[in-house]
Design a protein around this ligand. Structure first.
Ligand code: HEM
Length: 502
């Protein structure tokens, strides 16, 4: 089965384009509230999603994804709702083909011819403008009464990949290199467009734009249209693709510059006042973290193989090995993906720990000998039906996203007791065993063995004590104390995680 994106405007499918550009996500069929939000956002008539319906990552804002390590598959947050869609005027029907001499050929995208108009005046644009990939130019007119529609994310009919969108988001990060400012042509073009779009507004660097999509003029007929502009792409067949942009609030050139066209089409009106808009606000809180977040999204572009694809691949791999009479090696991922075996009753007392958990808020670190720090962490605790849990904790710098401490291992329980062993290997070169007891939804552990590689960094940790607890709000909490060769037992970590898997 080829996995296709169910969005009407989207032609993304598995295997198309650069591997990993796009990831595909199943509809939340079991979560009726969220499912209806998804289908509402999709606006697909007479269509109901099924177990094999997918939406691609192009339709989700960066905030919809769980912050993960570059080598991990993209994961939507438990409340993610798609918000990025081309509007109807940019829609291409999926699978449109032409039959030429009995041979099925893909319809060639019409060549886009540049045009730019403002009211009665036209603004001359250089070729190869905002979106370097297409030869588009733009028509901007202040006549909003003509048919048209709003579009912000994807002005270019050719531009649909997650990568381009993610790159474009860098324009919102103060630490990103301003691509337009390095290219006179683009700046000039952008200035022209912005001059047209916001004739009565002074640029300010404090206001970040809201990116929106999917609003038609009729949705907005009561609003002040004085600064609404229309962006048109004419193709060589004479037909036009029309996008309308608005700029009712100040928009900073600095803030909106962009490699792609999205920057030129900026909706800055208070999003809450426009119910029909699908809005993805970008907060100016922490630019450098924002930059990292945006940048880390590119990791999703290398993880396109959807679960079912991997599952088939792994199944096939297992079958081949069996057929050849090889030792049948069941990798953890193979077993996890092949089926969901029931939790082994031996570890049922630890079931509350299972899931993928993401630190929220950021974890806090300290020790008498080091300055306090904040960190993000993803904790994945799984099982494959064996009498143990498998865990993987991946920490990263809360500001930069840079990977930091990692540990993985197993949590075992002495059958018939509440005696638990926690076996951990850490990227610092430490291997340790902690033991303790699970009582209700709390697990307290103390190390009985700590060892390390010969060249581990000093000071060496000599003792580790930690506690896991499920809070009344359903969050997982981890507290770690440690002692080193030079310091007695003292708090090192405290973190609370939100569960991101159901
Ligand atoms: C059980 C797991 C961990 C152990 C045993 C451990 C152990 C240690 C030790 C022995 C030190 C040196 C302290 C000193 O210089 O006196 C240290 C420092 C530090 N740890 Fe951890 N740590 C653990 C988990 C983490 C985690 C999850 C993070 C999160 C990012 C983290 C971040 C740091 C930082 C930032 C420092 C100070 C800078 C450095 O020495 O690298 N540690 N840790």
């Amino acid at each position: 089965m080829v996995i296709c994106c169910a969005a009407p405007s989207c032609t993304n499918r598995q295997g198309k384009g650069k591997k990993g550009d796009v990831s595909f996500h199943r509809f939340p069929l079991k979560d009726h509230v969220r499912l209806s939000l998804w289908t509402d956002a999709l606006q697909r008539d007479n269509w109901t999603p099924g177990p094999y319906s997918f939406l691609c990552s192009d339709h989700f804002s960066p905030e919809s994804f769980v912050r993960r390590m570059p080598d991990q598959t993209p994961l939507l947050t438990s409340n993610a709702v798609p918000s990025l869609f081309k509007n109807s005027c940019g829609r291409r029907k999926r699978g449109t083909v032409l039959r030429v001499s009995g041979v099925r050929r893909k319809k060639k995208a019409p060549k886009i011819r540049p045009v730019l108009i403002q009211g009665n005046n036209s603004v001359e644009l250089p070729s190869g403008n905002i979106c370097a990939e297409s030869q588009n130019s733009i028509i901007i007119t202040d006549d909003f009464k003509d048919a048209g529609c709003f579009l912000t994310h994807d002005v270019s009919p050719n531009s649909s990949s997650a990568c381009k969108f993610i790159s474009c988001l860098h324009s919102y990060s103060s630490s990103a290199k301003p691509p337009l400012s390095q290219n006179g042509t683009k700046v000039n073009l952008f200035s022209q467009i912005m001059d047209v779009i916001k004739p009565s507004h002074t640029p300010t660097s404090e206001v970040l734009p809201y990116a929106t999509s999917g609003v038609t003029p009729s949705d907005d007929k009561d609003s002040d249209n004085s600064h609404l502009c229309r962006v048109e792409f004419s193709n060589d067949k004479g037909s036009q693709i029309i996008h309308t942009v608005t700029a009712q609030h100040p928009v900073s050139m600095e803030d909106t510059h962009c490699e792609n066209k999205e920057s030129s089409t900026v909706e800055t009106e208070d999003p809450s006042s426009q119910s029909d808009m699908q809005i993805c606000p970008i907060q100016p809180e922490n630019y450098s973290a924002l930059y990292q977040d945006i940048h880390s999204l590119h990791s999703y572009c290398f993880q396109s193989k959807p679960l079912s694809g991997r599952r088939n691949h792994l199944k096939k791999k297992g079958r081949n090995m069996k057929d050849r009479g090889d030792h049948y090696c069941c990798t953890q991922s193979f077993l996890e993906l092949q089926s969901s075996p029931p939790l082994n009753p031996v570890v049922s007392q630890l079931a509350w720990m299972l899931g993928t958990w993401v630190s929220e808020p950021a974890g806090e670190g300290q020790f008498p000998t080091i300055p306090p720090f904040r960190y993000m962490e993803e904790a994945t605790i799984t099982h494959v039906g064996q009498p143990m849990l498998n865990f993987m904790f991946c920490a990263s710098n809360a500001e930069t996203g840079k990977p930091m401490h990692r540990e993985c291992g197993f949590i075992r329980i002495k059958p018939g007791t509440n005696h638990v062993a926690f076996i951990s290997a850490q990227n610092t070169g430490v291997v340790e065993v902690e033991e303790g007891e699970v009582e209700g939804e709390q697990l307290s552990l103390t190390s009985n063995s700590v060892s390390r590689i010969s060249f581990a960094k000093e000071p060496h940790v000599t003792q580790i004590s930690r506690k896991f607890r499920l809070t009344p709000e359903g969050k997982l909490e981890q507290t770690v104390f440690m002692a080193t060769a030079s310091q007695s037992l003292a708090p090192h970590l405290h973190v609370t995680y939100r569960k991101v898997t159901s």
